[in-house]
Design a protein around this ligand. Structure first.
Ligand code: CTP
Ligand code: CA
Length: 226
């Protein structure tokens, strides 16, 4: 059924997609999160299914239904949980597409009781750095074809190309956040960069952009790995 409307560009390949935000707990009732809706990552997972891949979706806390035809969905909350789930799922995967907005920091200590207000005094939270999931995968001698995302408010191309190099990625999809695009928005526009090339995908809804992105990932994967 999938093959009858899919293009088969990823047929036979195992693809891991991460999506959504992470939540870093402060205490039992509070957390640090971000504005990622998960829509782009879920659209990428669906497009990869349509392209014939066996898709594992690692989802942060989003209230989104699973695309039809997934091989597996793993729901996680924190960056540490996402890290563990992505590493496990990536061991036998050919491609990892990191659409999740992973929290860079977490509270150094999680209080086991609700932190009470101390009226008239400021509160300082100490944050600890989270592991870089893409970075830890690219440090492995054998790892999947790695696709990152970069949501930026300014200097999109420069930051994206820096992340491509710094994280050892095979491709990065960069987008400007704000002005009705990106986080919490229906539309997006992407600039793709890979070592030695780039391509702009014009403003479109996230489903259409996801299909175009997956087609480019398949093409680059075949160029590099096949
Ligand atoms: N990423 C990751 N692990 C993290 C943080 C980010 O795997 N701990 C991935 C994201 O899923 C995304 C890519 O790295 O695919 C770029 O994320 P981004 O937040 O833009 O990069 P950072 O290196 O965290 O830089 P900054 O937040 O300072 O822009
Ligand atoms: Ca970050």
């Amino acid at each position: 059924l999938v093959d009858s409307f899919g293009n088969g560009a990823l047929r036979g390949l195992k693809v891991v997609v991460s999506a959504g935000p992470t939540y870093e707990d402060i205490d039992p009732v509070r957390f640090i999160g971000n504005r990622s809706s998960g829509k782009m990552g879920f659209a990428v997972a669906e497009a990869a299914v349509h392209a014939g891949a066996q898709v594992t979706l690692i989802a942060g806390p989003v209230g989104l239904p699973s695309p039809a035809g997934l091989r597996q969905r793993v729901d996680v909350r924190s960056a540490a949980q996402m890290h563990a789930a992505v590493l496990a799922a990536s061991q036998d995967a050919q491609i990892y597409i990191a659409a999740a907005a992973v929290g860079d920091y977490r509270p150094a200590e999680v209080a086991d009781h609700k932190i009470k207000k101390q009226a008239g005094a400021d509160l300082t939270l100490q944050l600890a750095e989270n592991p870089d999931i893409l970075g830890s995968l690219s440090a492995q001698t054998v790892h999947p074809f790695l696709v990152g995302f970069a949501a930026e408010t300014h200097d999109v191309a420069a930051y994206a190309q820096d992340k491509l190099k710094r994280k050892g990625l095979d491709m990065i999809a960069a987008n400007q956040v704000g002005g009705g695009l990106g986080f919490e928005a229906a539309d997006n526009a992407l600039q793709l960069f890979w070592p030695g090339g780039s391509l702009s995908l014009a403003r479109a809804n996230k489903d259409e952009l996801a299909r175009q992105l997956v087609a480019q990932v398949a093409e680059r994967y075949q160029a590099v790995r096949a």
